[in-house]
Design a protein around this ligand. Structure first.
Ligand code: HEM
Length: 378
């Protein structure tokens, strides 16, 4: 009797589980079909600025200042994002000597030209933490001695072109409104509300939650061994484009990085130091751009959408070399901490476009000024 009861219960639980699995798969398939249907071309080749964006931006700045205040490390104010650097390293960025004519734009106008540059490699978190913790990894590059008018009126004395990236191709929010909602929920400690703001399922951002989870990925073996994406779009002369920086080991001497102890908090810095400083082997990358085809679903105003490579391939415009060097000294590390990288530091030919970039213009400036002024008071 008891055995029959157990067998029936087991069969019932098994069937229920199968049903739930089937329903889950059906739900997933419907979600995918809905998403594919929603995300079809064509799109605008121009920026479309929604009403109320400026007010939302001011709100976000207040939240960002709150985060910086919460995360100050003993006496120093750190960046609001990408606070921990693995190092700032000297880089050489060489425009392809045989670059196609239509790709000769802005700092890539002169084939064969080599720019001296600085590259900051970082973890994405607002607070310095162990490198083994899942996180986005950042790369920021600053080209020096770039002639021409700078985009920001108060940067006219400077001559730089920055490229700011992290190692995931799309962002966990689409636009400024969603960003405000998301960070406000997170800053208030209501993490679930960041992606599920209300009871109405139409407000749930399941796809964006998956992007956020995928962005927080395990650490690469070294900061030189992962691909970094602009995520948001930029002008590229008259075209619109995204860019990425990808490891290009074939352009450098063969090198096998000795296995690092990933239990050490800063093993990504150690990996960089081992290659460039101890073993004195350079690291190589290619810088590539992906031009928008507005006939395809390649939107400017939605950073959650990865532009498909089958719609528009990436094209190499420059090679980047990190020469062997000693970068890990107290003086150079302090200098690194005091540098500011900003997608808006640069030329009109590479103007950042789209809502998330318009937001970054205001936020990076406000936060960078805030931490520099607080640090100057110390
Ligand atoms: C398109 C997506 C984004 C990418 C690829 C990106 C990437 C980065 C990287 C790599 C850094 C570190 C720069 C450095 O090494 O100094 C950084 C810093 C920063 N990011 Fe972003 N970010 C993105 C979006 C945003 C957004 C939407 C915000 C906020 C509105 C934001 C706020 C900041 C701030 C405040 C800093 C620190 C600036 C400083 O104090 O110098 N980022 N970002």
């Amino acid at each position: 009797m008891l055995i029959t009861l157990w067998l029936r219960l087991g069969a019932f639980l098994g069937k229920t589980l199968l049903w739930l699995l089937g329903l889950g798969l059906l739900g997933w398939a419907l979600l995918m079909a809905w998403s594919t249907w929603q995300h079809r071309g064509p799109v605008s080749a121009e920026e479309l600025i929604p009403d109320g964006e400026a007010a939302m931006t001011q709100d976000i700045i207040q939240t960002a200042v709150r985060i910086v205040d919460q995360h100050r490390e003993s006496t120093r104010y750190l960046r609001d994002a990408h606070a921990k650097a693995h190092g700032c390293v000297k880089a050489e960025v060489q425009v392809l000597p045989d670059l196609a004519t239509e790709l000769r734009q802005g700092v890539f106008s002169e084939p064969g030209k080599t720019w001296q540059a600085m590259m900051r490699l970082s973890n994405g978190n607002a607070y310095p933490q162990f490198d083994s913790i899942r996180d986005a990894r950042g790369m920021a590059i600053k080209l020096f001695d770039v002639p021409g008018k700078q985009l920001l009126s108060d940067r006219q004395g400077h001559s730089e072109q920055d490229f700011v990236m992290f190692n995931h191709p799309n962002f966990f929010v689409s636009d400024v409104a969603e960003y405000r909602q998301n960070v406000a929920a997170q800053a208030d400690g209501k993490k679930a509300m960041a992606f599920f703001p209300g009871w109405d399922p139409r407000t749930w951002q399941v796809r964006h939650l998956f992007i956020a989870l995928a962005t927080l990925s395990p650490a690469p073996a070294s900061p030189t061994q992962t691909t970094y994406f602009s995520v948001s779009p930029y002008k590229f002369g008259d075209a619109n484009a995204k860019f990425r920086v990808m490891p290009d080991p074939d352009s450098c001497p063969v090198y096998a990085l000795p296995t690092q102890n990933q239990n050490l908090p800063n093993f990504l810095r150690s990996a960089l130091n081992q290659q460039l400083s101890t073993d004195r082997v350079p690291a190589c990358f290619v810088l590539q751009i992906q031009r928008q085809d507005a006939g395809k679903y390649m939107p400017i105003e939605d950073t959650s959408i990865e532009w498909s490579e089958s719609d528009a391939p990436f094209e190499t415009v420059a090679r980047i070399k990190l020469p062997a060097q000693d970068f890990d000294t107290p003086a150079l590390n302090l200098q690194c901490d005091n540098l500011s990288f900003n997608p808006w530091f640069g030329l009109e030919a590479h103007r950042p476009i789209g809502g998330i970039n318009r937001l970054r213009k205001a936020v990076y400036e406000a936060i960078s000024d805030y931490r520099h002024s607080r640090n100057a008071e110390q």
